[in-house]
Ligand binder design. Structure first.
Ligand code: ZN
Length: 288
């Protein structure tokens, strides 16, 4: 089973996770820029964070045989903080970088006017930079939030095929299925969507424009729920080709629209992986 996890926050995860993910078949990940569990207080904190997403973390992933890409954006949780309005001004320079395959995650948290502004401004950036957009839907008030999200997407003029609307469930997916946008599902270990519920959604809406991710981060989450969903699909009668489509070809097609998805996993490419990044390695302690 080859797997691309199209939404996972590896900066919050351990080297043990990277090893387990590789063993489970994960060969590529997309790490969306998001919030850290507590608010940042200045634009400079975002500069260091974005630099790590395009620098250190791809290096760390490469040490475990995994290709790492990221999306860059001002996340919904912090989009309303006046101290961080300047983050929108630094986005363009990151959106030109090689490993950046979309703008995001962006969208609504509490649906405030400040969030409206950041959402529309970032969809405009996606259009200007010809990048896909990864759009988060709010965890509260999900149906209303998803409807309003689709309205904003449609007003922006971005092609629906360049947008993934993420964190959907059995109910909200029906708001999105006719929009032409991609449908993202985050599979959690014990709340919200789980592998069995995901299989039921696939039987309902089919395999077109569907992305399955673990959304693993610093909270209770599991970086292997992509693999578990693939296994649940096989147990329910889907075949290997269906699983490959959901866990590999679909995310490759969606993020491939950036023109920056370099998935060369040949041995020559692996041999070219450097052991250090800016003079630092992932090794600890003296080496013989
Ligand atoms: Zn996320």
């Amino acid at each position: 089973m080859r797997i691309m996890d199209p939404h996972i926050h590896m900066s919050s995860r351990t080297t043990t996770d990277y090893e387990a993910m590789y063993a489970a078949g994960v060969r590529a990940v997309v790490e969306p820029a998001f919030w850290l569990g507590q608010p940042r207080t200045s634009v400079e904190s975002f500069i260091d964070y974005f630099d790590a997403l395009v620098g250190w973390e791809p290096f760390r992933a490469s040490q475990f045989g995994i290709r790492h890409f990221c999306t860059i954006g001002l996340n919904p949780k912090e989009a309303g903080d006046p101290r961080l309005a300047g983050v929108l001004d630094i986005l363009p320079r990151y959106l030109e970088k090689d490993g950046v395959v979309a703008v995001g995650e962006l969208g609504y948290d509490s649906m405030t006017p400040q969030e409206d502004h950041a959402f529309a401004a970032q969809l405009a950036l996606a259009l200007a930079h010809e990048l896909p957009a990864l759009v988060h839907t709010p965890h509260r008030d999900k149906v209303a939030g998803t409807r309003r999200t689709l309205d904003v997407v449609s007003e922006s003029g971005i092609a629906p095929g360049m947008v993934v609307v993420d964190h959907l469930n059995e109910v909200t997916v029906h708001e999105v299925v006719d929009s032409g946008c991609w449908m993202g599902f985050s599979i959690y270990p014990d709340t919200k969507m789980d592998p069995a519920r995901m299989v039921a959604v696939l039987k309902d809406v089919g395999l077109d424009r569907v992305l399955v991710n673990s959304a693993a981060d610093w909270g209770r989450s599991d970086p292997l729920t992509t693999r578990r969903t693939g296994e649940a699909m096989l147990a329910a009668g889907f075949d290997d080709d269906d699983v490959d489509r959901i866990l590999w070809r679909n995310p490759v097609e969606f993020f491939g629209q950036s023109g920056r998805l370099d998935l060369d996993t040949t041995e020559t490419a692996d041999a070219a992986v450097p052991a250090e990044f800016a003079g630092n390695s992932i090794m600890r302690g003296a080496r013989a």
